[in-house]
Design a protein. Structure first.
Length: 253
């Protein structure tokens, strides 16, 4: 017990040291919190009241944002599912294939969507399609990683039962593991869907279309009352996706 306490003190000391170092690097000062009152006055004076007259013109951009997020995440899930089985130790007999897929997923995951977006906007031109590709590639890496970990944590009993009655390895893996992990797969999918909505907003800043492009244009032109409406619509969209995801997951479970 004393050994555990000694180790805990060491970890606490290292954490405190790293926190102190990070505060120095980021110019974190407690006095800065006094300036937050200015944010209230700035928002109250410039962003309110919201200009709801522009709402009809935002319907198409918000639908474009929803379509970009959905398509990029859904296609990523279809690609990530087979890759995740190849990137899990308990479903891949070939060690080379296992490490290759893990490395490939790590590369996709390590490149931010904004970097993919900057490349595809130059290659493919302005519009929502480059945003779809940026979200798709990054989400393949993220979902592949998350689902492969679910596969490795799955109960081996059903898998062994399938193989004992003569089922092939691939069929056994599919029908013994996928039903176990499917609710969690849906949870990861809808979470990444929410993230993709916010990401498509940022991609709109670089010409990816949707509500993000409209928002940055209004912000740069100091049309803050329009920005208020656009931010509210984004919040509603994210909350709606979250509620729908919870409803679907509840039905599956």
């Amino acid at each position: 017990m004393s050994w555990f306490r000694k180790r805990a003190w060491v970890y606490a000391g290292l954490l405190a040291l790293f926190t102190w170092w990070s505060m120095g690097k980021t110019e974190f000062e407690w006095d800065n919190f006094e300036e937050f009152s200015n944010a209230y006055f700035f928002i109250n004076d410039r962003f309110l009241p919201a200009n709801w007259d522009i709402l009809p013109s935002l319907i198409d951009p918000i639908l474009v944002t929803l379509a970009v997020a959905f398509l990029g995440t859904f296609i990523a899930l279809l690609i990530a599912l087979p890759l995740s089985f190849a990137a899990a130790k308990n479903t891949t007999a070939n060690r080379f294939l296992y490490y290759f897929n893990r490395f490939f997923l790590s590369i996709l995951r390590s490149i931010p969507e904004i970097v993919f977006g900057l490349v595809f906007v130059v290659v493919l031109g302005l519009g929502p399609f480059p945003a779809v590709m940026a979200i798709l590639l990054h989400n393949v890496g993220v979902l592949g990683k998350l689902i492969s970990e679910l596969i490795e944590a799955a109960d081996a009993g059903p898998q062994e039962a399938m193989e004992s009655v003569g089922a092939g390895r691939r069929i056994g893996n599919l029908f013994s593991i996928l039903p176990q992990i499917w609710p969690n797969v849906l949870s990861h999918y809808f979470y990444r869907f929410e993230v993709a909505i916010r990401t498509s907003l940022i991609l709109g800043f670089i010409g990816g279309g949707g509500i993000g492009q409209k928002l940055i244009n209004d912000f740069n032109s100091f049309n803050y009352t329009a920005v208020t409406v656009e931010v509210i619509l984004i919040m509603i969209l994210v909350i709606a996706v979250d509620l729908f995801g919870a409803f679907v997951r509840k039905k599956v479970i």
